[in-house]
Design a protein around this ligand. Structure first.
Ligand code: NI
Length: 268
């Protein structure tokens, strides 16, 4: 694959809809209803704060492609840290990368994650498309269940590896859905389930960002010792509001993202 940003974003989208066919359905429904090409507000990636696969490592292909670091976020309850990156061409999606803070988990979880990372072929993490390579380690059902006891997020990364956790439709650039509530009602009317944790719409005009998301669809995932039906990816929707200086707010709201992380919870 050519080492270009459009090539990488295209590969990430194709991989995302392959395991998340619901996103393709919603995408096609919105394109046909809106009569407009959809634009992505951001793409979210997940990882561990280990030096081989940390946020800074995953950010490299984006930095190379003209992105710069713009802000960071703390999620104390979920034991996560995240950074977001923006491209100089603001029509490009923002990249939001979070990492699990391993030092805040049990020795057993840390040992497991270290053993996973040790299986990543040397130098793989330096490849331009590492963020889209999928699961670079062996994973078993008991391992998934063991990680799930401590963190939904850790179990998700074990099962899916490196690939987008979600894409996000940028509502501002739609023609017929300027209101997130109307978009939500339209999606529900078409049979899609939304994440209601903390209310369907996270954030308000006052924090300059409103977001909603579907619940992750359950898919059958092949582990090295069998298959398990588990939550995969979700699709997100974001509407941004102008700051007092007139520029559209480009950051994220930790309190809202905190609830959106729960879109891949098994209990949902
Ligand atoms: Ni998001």
């Amino acid at each position: 694959m050519a080492e270009t940003l459009p090539g990488l974003l295209d590969k990430m989208w194709k991989d995302y809809v392959l395991i998340n066919p619901m996103a393709q359905k919603i995408h096609d429904l919105l394109v046909s209803t809106d009569g407009n090409e959809l634009h992505n507000d951001h793409i979210a990636l997940r990882t561990f704060n280990h030096p081989r696969v940390s946020i800074d490592v995953l950010a490299k292909p984006f930095i190379k492609s003209g992105y710069t670091y713009k802000g960071d976020y703390h999620f104390p309850e979920k034991k996560l840290y995240a950074k977001h990156y923006e491209h100089s061409d603001e029509t490009q999606p923002k990249i939001f990368i979070s990492e699990l803070k391993l030092e805040e988990f049990s020795q057993a979880l840390r040992d497991k994650v270290h053993s996973l990372i040790a299986q990543i072929p040397a130098g793989s993490e330096e490849k331009f498309d590492f963020v889209s390579m999928g699961r670079p380690w062996m994973a078993t059902i008991p391992e998934y269940n063991a990680l799930l006891k401590e963190s939904d997020y850790a179990a998700w990364v074990l099962a899916f590896g490196y690939r987008p956790n979600h894409f996000t439709v940028f509502i501002n650039r739609m023609k017929n859905f300027s209101d997130i509530h109307i978009l939500n009602d339209f999606l529900k009317g078409n049979g899609f389930k939304l994440n209601a944790s903390g209310g369907e719409v996270k954030g308000t005009k006052e924090v300059f960002l409103e977001q909603s998301s579907t619940l992750a669809n359950n898919i059958e995932v092949k582990f090295d010792d069998g298959t398990l039906t588990i939550p995969a990816c979700y699709y997100e929707f974001a509407k941004r509001y102008p700051l007092p200086d007139g520029r559209l707010y480009q950051g994220f709201v930790a309190a809202s993202a905190d609830k959106i992380f729960e879109s891949t919870s098994k209990g949902q």
